[in-house]
Design a protein around this ligand. Structure first.
Ligand SMILES: N[C@@H](CCC(=O)N[C@@H](CS)C(=O)NCC(=O)O)C(=O)O
Length: 154
């Protein structure tokens, strides 16, 4: 089985039947890894060195045009097709939906996604990442940035 996506030219899959995780040991990066462990899904991990700007390599941008980890490629996606997905909140929801774990039938996207943005701010402030030096980057601003990116890209 060979996976047909440009990401695998740079980060080949040793176990192509498994869900492929492209990430790094950051708060956003590890939460997807934790979810995969907790749900017991079989996965293969690829470390993306964001300090070496690997998240902006053409092969990675083909998976996430926004140039950020985490991102996944699921060879066993919905309706028997493969699925490439980025944004940790979206990935967590997808994995919850796929496995039927860690999600309630009453939970809505509106309650989950702002939480994802909020975590960014919290951890960035704690560890002194660039977000911390940008106090004006509020949840709303970040949501707007993402939507502007999506509108410009789609
Ligand atoms: N809202 C995104 C944020 C992802 C994000 O900020 N990823 C950071 C690491 S935690 C990253 O890839 N930084 C590298 C860069 O922006 O160049 C998510 O939750 O997935």
């Amino acid at each position: 089985m060979t996976l047909d996506h440009p990401i695998f030219t740079r980060w080949p899959a040793q176990y192509p039947d498994r869900l492929q995780l492209f990430s790094a040991p950051t708060p956003n990066g590890v939460k997807v890894g934790i979810m995969l462990e907790e749900t017991s899904l079989a996965y293969e991990q690829h470390r993306i060195d964001i300090m070496a700007d690997e998240s902006h390599a053409p092969a990675f941008l083909a998976l996430n045009p926004n140039g950020k980890i985490p991102a996944i490629y699921d060879p066993d996606g919905p309706n028997g097709t493969s699925l490439a997905l980025f944004e940790s909140g979206a990935i967590l929801l997808y994995l919850a939906d796929k496995t039927g774990q860690f999600i309630s039938a009453e939970l809505s996207l509106e309650t989950v996604l702002p939480g994802s943005f909020g975590y960014d701010e919290f951890w960035a402030t704690l560890y002194g990442f660039p977000y911390a030096s940008s106090p004006n980057l509020t949840v709303t601003t970040k949501a707007q940035q993402l939507l502007i990116f999506l509108l410009a890209t789609l």
